[in-house]
Write a protein that binds this ligand. Structure first.
Ligand code: OAD
Length: 250
């Protein structure tokens, strides 16, 4: 029987069959999945004090070298923003899906920790996590430091500046996370790209690695992206509505 559309969303029966029969499912998420929690997507205009800065010019090691206080304060603002939000129905649906599909790998470009807050176990974080801090010099994770009023604070071990443990433009991704993500993409038979503009490499290439191995590709996004023409199923709409609907059909 063909599933009925719900809230204007039609889930193709072939997609449900693929999901029911898939042995390995890999899911890549981006800022769009957290948008309905109130976390602005990376490319959205910034608000308030930060409106005049281009995020792409704040999220680089060069920007940090040039003006560490500005970059630290920008991340402090984003950290506060993230601390005040909750996972939405999309995050929760993915956590439920993980319980239904044993071989599911969740990969995220988000640094907000909302997948974990929704109950997903061990998502692969490609771009780090905003709640962690590390030494700018040697990358050591630092969980506490003496409050001296310095902005940014200093590493208690070597005295270098501290920075958020996130990946900045021009930096390489954490190697273990990246190789796990590549492996999960190459080995899956069903790959979802959810709430990502599919523009930033290497994350954007993961879908193509999956397709190269004959995986079925699914995209969930408000609008078409450069990936759309390659996918088998494109579901356009908010992830926080589409994912729970998909789960209901399952
Ligand atoms: P972007 O901000 O580039 O794109 C967000 C995507 O989510 C867009 O394609 C939107 O159409 C879509 N979207 C927005 N709201 C949505 C919703 N409710 N449901 C479904 N889709 C929705 O974010 P990312 O693709 O995650 O990297 O960006 C990737 C990386 O680029 C980020 O991790 C960050 C950024 O520059 C670094 O900081 C290294």
């Amino acid at each position: 029987m063909n599933p009925k559309p719900q809230e204007n969303i039609t889930v193709p029966v072939e997609l449900l069959t693929a999901l029911r029969t898939a042995e390995r499912v890999t899911i890549l998420t981006g800022a769009g999945i957290s948008a309905e929690s109130g976390v602005p997507t990376f490319r959205e205009a910034q608000t308030g004090l930060w409106a005049r800065y281009d995020p792409q010019e704040l999220a680089t090691p060069q920007a940090f070298r040039r003006n560490p206080k500005l970059v630290w304060e920008w991340y402090a603002w984003r950290r506060e923003l993230v601390a005040g939000v909750q996972p939405n129905a999309g995050h929760k649906a993915l956590a439920r899906l993980e319980q239904l599909i044993p071989n599911l790998t969740l990969i995220t470009q988000n640094i907000d920790g909302l997948h974990q807050a929704a109950g997903s176990t061990n998502p692969i974080e490609l771009h780090g996590n905003i709640t962690r801090t590390k030494c700018f010099e040697d990358g050591r994770i630092i969980s506490s430091w003496p409050e001296t009023g310095n902005i940014p604070p200093r590493c208690p071990h070597c005295g270098s500046l501290l920075r958020p443990d996130v990946v900045w433009f021009t930096e390489t991704l954490p190697p273990v996370a990246l190789s796990q993500a590549i492996q999960a993409s190459e080995q899956c038979d069903l790959f979802f790209s959810i709430g990502t503009s599919a523009l930033v490499q290497p994350a954007a290439s993961l879908a193509h690695k999956a397709q190269h191995n004959d995986a079925i590709l699914v995209e969930i996004n408000l609008e078409p992206t450069p990936l759309t023409r390659y996918v088998d199923f494109a579901l356009h709409g908010p992830a926080g509505t589409i994912l729970p609907t998909l789960l209901d059909y399952l």
